[in-house]
Ligand binder design. Structure first.
Ligand code: FUB
Length: 366
């Protein structure tokens, strides 16, 4: 994720922001476009969707349908005053709130604090993008946080309810590292965790599953760093085998190098299956695209197909994709409410496919 760049969004007048805050307290996203107004009063940006909630800042939405209801597991962005630096220290999140709604467009419920960093025994700082899964009559919340040595690991917490509260395990998942877990359930009931994020997410420090804090970002002609996958054990709290790299290939069948940064993996993996095809989707980070690649196995290789979402307002882009009642939905975030990179808001819009299974590219601003 980005570390020091500030958002390139235009300056919104304070009155307009306050109006948004008061109007969207519990309202779900509307797909009617609205315009942002700059300090001269001229309309500058038109938004495809509105924030799901505006009483807190939310980001990195992992959506799931549990018991016929949509649950969104986001990061909870907070203005802690932590100075911005090249390691993303200003993304200093301390807890999670789960959101839920009957359907897109319906009333959104914020279920309050579901997990607080102070209750995670091994955690140091920075609760980043989580995900959730249901198995064994239990809801599992997967979360990345830096341990007390400042190394990102992935933890798991459990609850009898999708909205929590969640009780964390005493230690991170053995063999886990980096950020942005995405847990995918295949048709045969197997669960897989996809994870990893470069730059502030520390993936560049992990080679052959060994940590080297001196390893920096790769150079333009070096092989792009690859996302990781591990099959989950039946207990959903451990890896069933070693962490593996996932090949992401260009349409010429060749792996990407770092200079292909408008297509190579950066962070924010999300995997789903449609019509027998695996869709591996992710953010390209410093080029701000949300893209997808497809394959025939959960382990890949995946071949790059195209852009799902063009760059949004703000530096980061992170998403999830679900099907509900015959429609497909893209949950994403931007910085409409704050204009600040680290204070984001979650949104949703419909995702459409072409007949051949390709995804129609979305622009969040007009
Ligand atoms: O929210 C913190 C980090 O920002 C996430 O882990 C990344 O995916 C990026 O969205």
């Amino acid at each position: 994720m980005n570390l020091s760049k500030s958002t390139s969004s235009s300056i919104a007048i304070a009155a307009f922001s306050l109006l948004l805050l008061s109007c969207n307290q519990t309202e779900s996203s509307k797909t009617t476009a609205t315009k942002k107004v700059d300090s001269t009063g001229s309309k500058t940006k038109e938004y495809l969707s509105q924030p799901l909630v505006s009483h807190i800042y939310t980001a990195d939405p992992s959506a799931h349908v549990f018991n016929g209801r949509i649950y969104v597991y986001p990061s909870h962005d907070t203005a802690t005053g932590t100075p911005e630096d090249d390691l993303g220290s200003h993304f200093n999140m301390m807890d999670y709130h789960i959101l839920s709604m009957d359907s897109v467009g319906g009333k959104v419920t914020d279920h309050g604090v579901a997990l607080d960093i102070k209750n995670i025994p091994w955690a140091g700082r920075q609760l980043w993008a989580p995900d959730a899964a249901f198995a064994n009559n239990t809801y599992y919340l997967y979360f990345p946080v830096k341990d007390k040595q400042d190394v990102f690991r992935i933890g798991v917490a459990t609850s009898s309810k999708p909205e929590g509260p969640f009780t964390p395990e005493a230690a991170p998942i053995k063999g886990s590292y980096s950020i942005d877990p995405c847990v995918f359930k295949d048709d045969d009931g197997s669960f897989y965790m996809y994870f990893g994020g470069i730059w502030g997410g520390q993936l560049q420090r992990w080679n052959n599953n060994s940590y080297d804090s001196t390893k920096g970002n790769r150079k333009a002609d070096e092989a792009a760093i690859l996302p990781r996958i591990a099959k989950l054990s039946a207990d959903m709290k451990s890896f069933a085998g070693p962490v593996k790299e996932i090949q992401v290939l260009g349409q010429d069948g060749k792996p990407y190098t770092e200079k292909n940064n408008d297509k190579r993996f950066f962070e924010g993996a999300w995997t789903f299956k449609k019509d027998g095809k695996y869709y591996f989707t992710y953010s390209t980070g410093d080029t701000h695209n949300l893209v997808y690649a497809t394959g025939t196995s959960p382990y890949g290789p995946f071949t790059y197909q195209g852009i799902i979402l063009n760059p949004v307002e703000g530096w980061t882009s992170h998403h999830s994709i679900i099907e509900k009642d015959g429609k497909w939905w893209l949950f994403y975030h931007d910085t409409q409410l704050s204009g600040k990179t680290h204070l984001r808001n979650v949104k949703v819009t419909e995702l459409k496919y072409n007949d051949d299974g390709s995804i129609q590219t979305i622009s969040a601003n007009k």
